[in-house]
Design a protein around this ligand. Structure first.
Ligand code: PMP
Length: 354
């Protein structure tokens, strides 16, 4: 059996205090998802990344990017950290910058919720909402972040998509934690990708440790090109469509995903209907209040358990909680506008309270 299953009710903390915000990042519990494990005959485990101090898996990347820049001498006391982000990375960076004395400047598409802008500003970040234009437009939020850093002395652009300090943070922390928490018994690891940092970083570590016995799978939302890239053997096919999930899906092979994309055992797309049903089911049966990317990951873990067979152990990532999205995910009107009301079974409709 797993340490995750045998854990005491309280988290075990180290006896010494940790250093500031940054010492509290990582070492998240691996949660045994009882209902789904019993249903599938496999062991399905979710890495509780919502327990990071900034509330998401991106705290690891934010810390990794800043520490890497410090080590390389690119970021000095009183320096400026600039990033283009629509959410969790910016929130993680804002926390890290406050705790280490840096100025934090965030460029984000002006389509993002006021809650996120407010939160970033409350965390001391300067936020520049800019028109939501495509990546190949020079006014895209990422390019504006890069240009701002170029023009600002003592500043860095952390470049979360293509700076591999991101995946490295997961190689150094997420992967080893999963290996230790499963005592090396992990047959499959699956998660969705935004920058690719989590999948490639943790996946590479698990591959190396297991001598490639652990299968690494990618899960994709509708509208992303990655599933077709993997299943077509490397063709970038334009994909139409969109998803209610936020922070995942990708139109290109980022540096963080890099050549690891060729090591994947497979990929599949999870429809929004399946993700939203899982989101409500996880709340109902496990008491977990998850964001939509986490729900998609759990749905993908169930699929992968089906492929690997009874008795297998599958690990996925619970990226963040529903708190940042609740005005949408628990609103009847919003669900209706996305055509998703029918995806939520009668007995779970009681959770739609907004
Ligand atoms: N889920 C959420 C909610 C996210 O914000 C992100 C990052 N954009 C991811 C999943 C994907 O993580 P990664 O960037 O490591 O691929």
């Amino acid at each position: 059996m797993f340490s995750a299953v045998r854990r005491p009710l309280t988290r075990s903390f180290t006896s010494r205090p940790v250093t500031a915000f940054t010492g509290a990042v990582g070492n998240t519990p691996l949660i045994y998802l009882k209902g789904l494990s019993e249903q599938t005959g496999s062991t399905i485990l979710g890495k509780a990344e919502f327990q990071n101090p900034g509330g998401s898996v991106k705290d690891r990347a934010a810390l990794g990017l800043v520490v890497d820049a410090e080590r390389k001498g690119l970021l000095n006391p009183g320096g400026v950290v600039v990033e283009g982000t629509a959410g969790n990375t910016g929130i993680g960076l804002a926390h890290v910058c406050r705790s280490r004395g840096y100025r934090c400047v965030i460029f984000m598409p002006n389509t993002q919720s006021q809650e996120k802008i407010d939160l970033l500003r409350m965390l001391g970040a300067e936020v520049y909402p800019v028109p939501a234009v495509a990546y190949d437009d020079p006014k895209n939020y990422n390019h504006q972040a890069r240009d701002f850093a170029k023009d600002t002395p003592n500043s860095i652009w952390t470049d979360q998509f293509d700076n591999t300090a991101n995946a490295n943070a997961h190689y150094e922390t997420t992967g080893p934690e999963i290996w230790e928490q499963t005592q090396g018994k992990v047959d499959g690891f699956v998660c969705a990708t935004g920058t690719g940092g989590t999948l490639a970083g943790a996946g590479k570590f698990l591959h190396e440790k297991s001598q490639r016995k652990t299968q690494i799978w990618l899960a994709d939302p509708p509208g992303s090109v990655l599933t077709s890239y993997v299943t077509s053997g490397g063709k970038l096919i334009e994909r139409a469509g969109s998803s209610i999930t936020e922070g995942i899906g990708q139109g290109r092979i980022t540096n963080n995903l890099g050549t690891f994309v060729n090591q994947l055992s497979g990929a599949f797309t999870v429809p929004d209907e399946q993700s939203i049903e899982m989101l409500y089911r996880m709340l109902d049966t496990e008491g977990l209040y998850l964001g939509a990317s986490s729900a998609l990951n759990v749905a993908a873990a169930v699929e992968l358990a089906g492929k690997l067979g009874k008795g297998s152990t599958v690990v996925t990532v619970l990226c963040d909680g529903a708190y940042r999205y609740q005005s949408r995910l628990f609103s009847r009107k919003w669900l209706e506008s996305k055509g998703l009301n029918g995806a939520i079974p009668e007995e779970l409709q009681k959770y739609i309270v907004l």
